[in-house]
Design a protein around this ligand. Structure first.
Ligand code: ZN
Length: 142
């Protein structure tokens, strides 16, 4: 989560909301990182989680990220929750909850929907205050 926070802290340089993500292999090796880059790239899908998943898939040469854990500073949205299910990660760890758009337990629970064929384990609230604080500070400045 510290590394995800470091990624998040680099996002506001481009005006992007500070969210960072890291994909870890089963042995703890970092396979991919990402931070929000919608403003920087003009890509509506350039969320931290999607970019980290793409980087990990590129590095491993596999779209299936079985055995991997994605760590992200903010609860994933519906798009990212969908991408996490499709990538077959074993575990999703997030810091701050997103009561307005969260899709991993808050507004929806896409990652644990029993109708889907893959349901990663979800761990919440890791360094929650720090993750939320970064966002609060960003929006206060705006
Ligand atoms: Zn997202």
């Amino acid at each position: 989560m510290r590394q995800a926070l470091d990624e998040a802290a680099r996002a506001p340089g481009t005006g992007d909301v500070p969210v960072g993500a890291v994909v870890l292999a089963a042995d703890g090796t970092v396979l991919g990182t990402g931070r929000n880059a919608r403003e920087a790239t003009g890509d509506p899908t350039a969320h931290a989680e999607v970019l980290a998943l793409r980087a990990a898939a590129f590095r491993t040469g596999e779209w299936r990220l079985t055995g991997c854990t994605l760590v992200v500073t903010l609860e994933p949205c519906t798009m990212c929750a969908g991408a996490l299910v499709l990538s077959r990660v074993d575990r999703v760890v997030y810091g701050a909850r997103d009561a307005k758009a969260g899709a991993a337990g808050s507004l929806w629970d896409v990652v644990r929907d029993r109708r889907l064929n893959h349901r990663p384990e979800v761990i919440t609230g890791v360094l929650e205050a720090e993750c939320a604080g970064l966002l609060t500070a960003f929006f206060r400045e705006r």
